[in-house]
Design a protein around this ligand. Structure first.
Ligand SMILES: Cc1ncc(COP(=O)(O)O)c(C=O)c1O
Length: 395
């Protein structure tokens, strides 16, 4: 069953003329992004934590000149994100991946500030490379280990890093007989779109399970999944939890949200191309669930469209279908006050995070444009994709 998360109704309508946007297009609004960043900066200031942008959630580097004014750096989940952070963001680079290759480590060592290993075996394998860089007077990242707090409050197991048997992070019993020598950081990531009460309970589990590691390390990275920029998020509790933790343990604290940075800052704008007579009329759009918003099928969730409602609530109900040949390339059923017409534009909300980083060119469907809206300067087309972008990925 797909459902619509309530926060997607919080995003305002675009403050620009839709007729100026060729579709399909992701439009990110710098004014809305700045509001999020200001809230995150207040959290940094009040809590003493450093906040990093998780690139896996939002990597639109055309917006980095704004983001880097507020956040301390990026967290990367793989070699290419690490390179992007180094090239385009230019502040701290923190890297974690379930496993690294030697060739990747050679590229990561000179550019990363922190690296979190998923297992003691990965740490043992790469420690000599880090030590050798330091011995040669070169820069090397501060090493940490990702732990699995085994505290699970994420309902959908696809997104639960603490589900039984999950490969992410080392469990306390697997760390018991390991030497912690040389480790400088503890990393955990166990939240997904959650409030600070969940962080508080997860942190209690970390403190209970990993006191030996906590005593030893300099920094603690509390991962992502903090929905800080949602209107009803309990910021005061977050500040209290981080401050009290810092008082108890005296550690540097990092948070690395992705979604919260770009929450409700972007729209996907699409055009109705045809109306197909099915059991209920199906509008074919110049976008695709599977190629341009795969989370609608994977999670699954039902994105919000401005001016629409649940099927049957308003006078005219339509199914919205994508451009690919996948039978299930269906975004959902929606009702509208007037019948949809070919040429009409539809505006999907909250499309800046995760949606933009997960697109594909399946079926040769044209990729949406990437557009920035600056409230002071108007719309700017940042990138238009063509046949060459499609072809280059194929051989
Ligand atoms: C290790 C790690 N850090 C940060 C994040 C960012 O999470 P979110 O975008 O939910 O804040 C994730 C998301 O999967 C993650 O796995």
């Amino acid at each position: 069953m797909s459902f619509t998360p309530p926060h997607v109704f919080e995003q305002p309508a675009p403050a620009f003329d839709l007729s100026q946007v060729e579709t399909p297009a992701f439009v990110v609004d710098l004014g809305l992004l700045q509001k999020n960043l200001e809230k995150l900066a207040r959290v940094q200031e009040a809590s003493g934590a450093s906040i990093l942008l998780a690139l896996k959630g939002f990597s639109m580097f055309a917006a980095f000149p704004l983001v880097r004014q507020f956040l301390r750096g990026c967290c990367a989940s793989g070699i290419h994100e690490a390179l992007l952070a180094h090239e385009e963001f230019g502040r701290e680079v923190h890297v974690y991946a379930p496993a690294f290759k030697e060739a990747e480590m050679r590229e990561i060592i000179p550019i990363a500030d922190h690296i979190s290993f998923n297992s003691p075996a990965q740490w043992r394998k790469f420690r000599p490379m880090l030590d050798a860089a330091r011995a040669a007077g070169k820069r090397a990242p501060s090493p940490g280990i990702r732990v699995n707090p085994e505290h699970s409050e994420v309902e959908v197991s696809l997104y639960d890093p603490c589900s039984p048997g999950c490969r992410l992070g080392t469990r306390a019993d697997a760390l018991e007989n390991e030497s912690l020598d040389g480790l400088e950081g503890l990393h955990f990531h166990a939240l997904c779109e959650q409030d600070s009460d969940v962080l508080e309970r997860t942190l209690a589990a970390v403190e209970r399970r990993f006191p030996r590691l906590l005593e030893k390390v300099k920094w603690v990275n509390m991962g992502g999944g903090h929905h800080i920029t949602r209107n009803d998020y309990d910021v005061e509790r977050l500040v209290r939890v981080v401050r009290c933790f810092k008082e108890r343990w005296g550690k540097e604290v990092y948070l690395e949200p992705g979604e919260a940075v770009a929450l409700n800052t972007g729209w996907l704008i699409a055009t109705v191309m045809d109306i197909v007579p099915t059991d209920i009329p199906t509008a074919i759009l110049d976008t695709s669930a599977t190629a341009h918003m795969p989370d609608t099928l994977e999670m699954p969730y039902r994105p919000h469209i401005l001016g629409s409602d649940e099927p049957g609530k308003l006078a005219h109900t339509f199914r919205l279908g994508g451009l690919t040949c996948l039978a299930g390339d269906v975004i959902g059923e929606y009702s509208f006050p007037a019948p949809l017409e070919p040429g009409q534009k539809l505006v999907f909300t909250d499309m800046a995070h995760y949606t933009m980083v997960k697109t594909t060119t399946f079926n040769g469907v044209p990729h949406p444009d990437i557009v920035l809206h600056d409230p002071a300067a108007g719309l700017r087309l940042v990138r238009r994709f063509g046949y060459e972008d499609f072809k280059r990925r194929l051989s």
